[in-house]
Write a new protein. Structure first.
Length: 107
């Protein structure tokens, strides 16, 4: 079974940023208008790094921010995959995906 990273990441970002707050709207715009992204995969999860334009509007909170508590069920996994969105300097930075004591399904 292969993992559709794009679909999962889009679904998760819609869940995390779907709060209609001013900061949520700004972060969603950053996600939609990202220049690119890179992904690092390991057996127990992955990191997706977002490249946001320098002139993008930033959220009011400029400290490190970690938004998460999203668990996605995954066929072949007992506990699913957890996600945390890392924000720094007012911009989305990294989406972290992690497993709970098990490995990601292999294709």
């Amino acid at each position: 079974m292969s993992i559709d990273f794009e679909k999962i990441e889009n679904d998760v970002m819609n869940i995390i940023l779907n709060d209609n707050s001013e900061d949520g709207i700004i972060m969603m715009k950053q996600y939609i208008n990202r220049l690119s992204k890179t992904r690092e995969i390991n057996p127990c999860g992955w990191f997706t790094f977002f490249h946001i334009p320098n002139n993008s509007e930033k959220i009011s909170k400029r400290d490190e921010l970690h938004i998460g508590n999203v668990i996605v069920p995954m066929v072949g996994m007992e506990y699913g995959i957890g996600f945390v969105l890392h924000v720094s300097d007012g911009q989305i930075n990294t989406l972290e995906a992690y497993t709970f004591e098990e490995y990601l399904p292999q294709p």
